[in-house]
Ligand binder design. Structure first.
Ligand code: NAD
Length: 285
């Protein structure tokens, strides 16, 4: 393998998906959570997602057993000391990520070790500035659900060494079997910068009474062969996440297409965050 000692910080939705994909590819993976209880819950969720994949016939029993034997869960950052690559997937908060990268910079000691962030919207350049090794920091942006979606965006900054970016690209493509596209360090990178104005347009269309939520979604599914309509997709992504992403892109580009519409703000303030809270533009039981 290009890299076979991987660390993942944050064992939530994305971190456990990234860890699962790395372990199935044959890497030894340590997942670090904020405390022991969360580490245990990340372990339980990763195990059950691997077992569900076996039950669904997506992976073989032996591959599941192999992956489980290569996964370790911890609440101690020091357990990442010998990692060649650490992928950060904690909360989308600039201060929290900067603090974590400063701590990882002290702990992760291999001379060629790379620190990567899975952030959707925070500047990789700002995160890298918290370290003494910005030449070995990149953005590595996976998509949800990580085991199902092939795409990964690789984001080198102006500081990133060419060999660092090339090595991480080869790891993602050759070891993990992902399809890698490169983006400059701009809010939203490629995919979210294109997707967000589309989702916000659907919200504005609903807000203006232009069409019903059902018909907006039907229009794009049946008329454009999209697998999911924009309002259902917004509910799946999470309306709080959509709001945070659009706010950061609006701050960066000052383009009104990225400005969050009042309906989105009111829904987030009301706690209607989409599928995860049972109510967004549609209801989920
Ligand atoms: P999540 O809330 O499911 O998981 C975050 C996890 O990080 C939690 O389990 C939390 O306990 C843990 N955590 C917080 N601070 C920590 C710390 N200091 N040390 C160790 N663990 C810590 O969030 P998520 O949806 O998995 O998102 C994680 C990151 O991935 C965010 O930056 C997000 O923007 C990005 N992302 C999310 C998606 C998505 O669809 N959810 C897609 C691509 C990228």
């Amino acid at each position: 393998m290009i890299i076979d000692q991987v660390g993942v910080v944050g064992g939530g939705l994305m971190g456990t998906g990234i860890a699962r994909v790395c372990a199935l590819a044959g890497a030894d993976v340590v997942i670090c959570e904020a405390d022991a209880a969360r580490a245990e819950s990340a372990r339980a969720r990763t195990e059950s997602s691997l077992r569900r994949a076996v039950a669904a016939g997506k992976i073989a029993d032996a591959d599941c057993a192999g992956a489980l034997s290569r996964l370790r869960f911890t609440a101690s950052l020091e357990d990442l000391a010998d990692r060649e690559l650490v992928v950060e997937a904690i909360v989308e908060d600039e201060r929290a990520k900067a603090d974590l990268f400063a701590a990882l910079d002290k702990v992760v000691s291999a001379p060629t070790a790379v620190l990567a962030s899975n952030t959707s919207s925070i500047s990789i350049t700002k995160i890298a500035a918290a370290t003494t090794r910005p030449e070995r920091v990149v953005g590595l942006h996976f998509f949800n659900p990580v085991p199902a979606l092939r795409l990964v965006e690789l984001i080198p900054t102006l500081h990133t060494a060419a060999e660092t970016a090339d090595r991480i690209e080869r790891f993602a493509a050759e070891d993990l079997g992902k399809l890698v596209i490169r983006s400059q360090d701009r809010a939203g990178f490629v995919v979210n910068a294109l997707l967000t104005p589309y989702l916000l347009s659907a919200v504005r269309m609903l807000e203006a009474g232009f069409a019903s939520a059902e018909d907006i979604d039907r229009g794009m599914v049946e008329g454009c062969a999209h697998p999911i309509g924009p309002l259902s997709l917004a509910d799946f992504v999470g309306l709080d996440i959509l709001l945070a992403a659009s706010t950061s892109m609006y701050e960066e580009f000052r383009d009104p297409g990225f400005a969050p519409p009042p309906l989105l703000l009111r829904m987030v303030e009301s706690g209607f965050l989409g599928e995860k809270t049972g109510r967004g533009f549609f209801s989920y039981s």
